[in-house]
Design a protein around this ligand. Structure first.
Ligand SMILES: Cc1cc2nc3c(=O)[nH]c(=O)nc-3n(C[C@H](O)[C@H](O)[C@H](O)COP(=O)(O)OP(=O)(O)OC[C@H]3O[C@@H](n4cnc5c(N)ncnc54)[C@H](O)[C@@H]3O)c2cc1C
Length: 507
């Protein structure tokens, strides 16, 4: 295995490594005191570093593994490449529904799927390359960074002094405390994208976004997938009606969902892994060739010298930050998965921008706060679930009177023609068009949600959406229909009576 765990060591992975951790890289000589030292070159670190350099700051960026972090190497990029290939297989399987015969059926060439992923990842890795960042004026240090004081950090035997620093060390797959799991061996997001052979039987532990996305993809490739979840519902963060639609689709793809179960232990049998469970008082066993764990993310806070730097942290919640993303050391900020509960690439990007503003420009009236962010997210199953803002239960818990409008996609022409299921659900503050939150279940829910996220960010309400022309036929028309429903709800019985009278009078 190569030092970067980029397996197999083919030309594509070598190209990725050459971009994001060149083997003959020579760290620069430190240039005195830096305006900003960034620890970790995932999304949060890259955005901080390039943004600061662009403003003319003297910036150092430290990365111990692969620039691009989880998203490029073992997260969003490889997972979405697999999901796209899995969708192609699912589309062909459904072809007959559209009058298209595929006489020889579907055969997935898994090694080719993985090779395509590695090829595309290598191409995208150019954006995050060490060379590109050097060209943009960032001093790139490859090595492990450890704080040796409140204003200094050591990497590869060199000490970097800073006026301000950003912790952007990210997170890793949390390991569930299941007896026998460690000995039996398991895959996480750090190793699953190195597979070159399709596991015939796959057990996925944890029905969160990563577990659901990959369960569906592997089932579509032809694995026999069991998806295990301790709770009664998959995607527990989401509304039940939304999660149920995705659950139905996963089941149609062949995923066997085992919910409300407790895993007792994992053992190794005759060349296979045996997962022993208890479900509703009954014991059962599931045999697998591989186990994939996706039970949440643990922040990377150990071995960085945080104690020496005077930065408080919690091993589970991560680095403690205030609304301005300041840690307990006023010189040090944090951004991304290492400090924030919403662990997404776009959040890491948004937080890095807040840090730039707050760390480099001390003026109080210019300070930015995380509480002002409107954060959307999307789980890329088929259909996707995308959400922004409050759920109905959040609004109720906060004592905000809420009114909910729902549009089923079964009544939207484009979705009918596409053969797609789903809905758009928007919550407004009762008596106004002010959008509190929205959930969309649709094939491209993530794309559709942006209209509502923009409206919320800009303070636009459903009235504005109702007055916006949407091209016909699109699935986004469902959002317009929700806005029309809001408009109709404003027509009180008295207004309706007056309207009828007016129309009668003008006949
Ligand atoms: C399978 C999977 C799929 C995902 N899909 C999506 C998606 O579709 N959309 C989305 O928005 N998000 C997705 N995510 C989440 C997304 O990848 C993360 O939220 C994002 O990468 C966080 O960026 P970050 O910069 O905070 O941390 P990371 O990307 O984790 O980067 C942290 C970097 O810090 C480095 N580092 C740590 N300690 C040190 C040290 N002491 N010295 C030097 N370097 C150090 C690490 O090596 C790493 O490169 C996915 C995650 C996974 C696992």
């Amino acid at each position: 295995m190569n030092a970067f765990r980029l397996e197999p060591w083919d030309s594509y992975n070598q190209q990725t490594a050459e971009n994001v951790h060149p083997k003959d890289w020579v760290n620069p000589e430190p240039r005195g005191r830096y305006n900003l030292v960034v620890l970790g070159a995932g999304t949060a670190g890259l955005v901080s570093a390039i943004g600061a350099a662009g403003l003319g700051a003297r910036v150092a960026l430290i990365e111990k593994h692969l620039m691009g972090g989880d998203c490029l190497n073992v997260g969003c990029v490889p997972s979405k490449a697999l999901i796209r290939a899995a969708r192609a297989a699912a589309e062909v399987r459904r072809a007959r529904e559209f009058g298209v015969e595929v006489p020889d059926g579907v055969e997935v060439d898994f090694p080719a799927v993985m090779e395509r992923m590695r090829r595309l990842r290598a191409r995208i890795s150019e954006n995050d390359s060490a060379e590109r960042f050097r060209h943009e004026g960032v001093d790139v240090f490859l090595g492990t960074g450890v704080f040796t004081g409140r204003d200094r950090i050591e990497v590869g035997g060199q000490t970097l002094r800073f006026a301000k620093a950003v912790l952007a060390t990210g997170a890793r797959a949390a390991a569930p405390p299941i007896p026998g799991l460690e000995d039996a061996g398991y895959l996480t997001n750090e190793t699953v994208f190195s597979l070159t052979e399709l596991p015939r039987r796959l057990v996925v532990i944890g029905a969160g976004p990563i577990g659901c996305e990959l369960s569906q993809a592997f089932a579509r490739f032809g694995s026999e997938v069991h998806l295990l979840e301790a709770k009664h519902q998959i995607l527990t963060r989401e509304d039940r009606d939304a999660a149920e639609l995705v659950e139905r689709s996963l089941v149609e793809d062949g995923v066997r969902i085992v919910s409300a179960c407790h895993i007792d232990r994992v053992s190794i049998g005759d060349g296979e892994k045996i997962v022993a469970l208890e479900c509703g008082g009954e014991s059962r066993e599931i045999a697998a060739d591989e186990i994939l764990v996706g039970v949440g993310r643990a922040p990377n806070v150990e071995g960085i010298g945080l104690e020496t730097a005077g930065v408080a942290f919690d091993p589970r919640k991560g680095i403690g930050v205030d609304e301005q993303l300041r840690t307990t050391n006023p010189k040090i900020y944090a951004a991304g998965d290492c400090c924030f509960p919403y662990k997404f690439t776009h959040t890491a990007d948004a937080l890095a921008r807040i840090v730039l503003q707050n760390a480099l420009f001390g003026l109080p009236f210019l300070k930015k706060k995380t509480s002002t962010l409107t954060i959307p997210w999307c789980t890329y199953t088929d259909p996707e679930i995308a959400h922004v803002g409050m759920y109905e239960k959040d609004a109720e818990a906060a004592g905000i009177p809420v009114r909910t409008f729902i549009q089923e996609l079964s009544e939207v022409d484009r979705a009918v023609l596409d053969g797609d299921d789903g809905f758009v659900k928007v919550h407004v503050r009762e008596g106004s068009d002010h959008i509190l939150g929205a959930t969309i279940v649709a094939r491209h829910a993530g794309e559709m949600l942006t209209e509502l996220t923009l409206a919320m960010t800009a303070g636009l309400g459903l009235e504005t959406i109702a007055g916006t022309i949407h091209p016909y036929p699109t699935q986004a028309e469902a959002i317009k229909r929700v806005a029309d429903a809001y408009r109709r709800s404003r027509l009180t019985p008295t207004a309706k009576r007056w309207l009828r009278k007016w129309l009668a009078w003008t006949r």
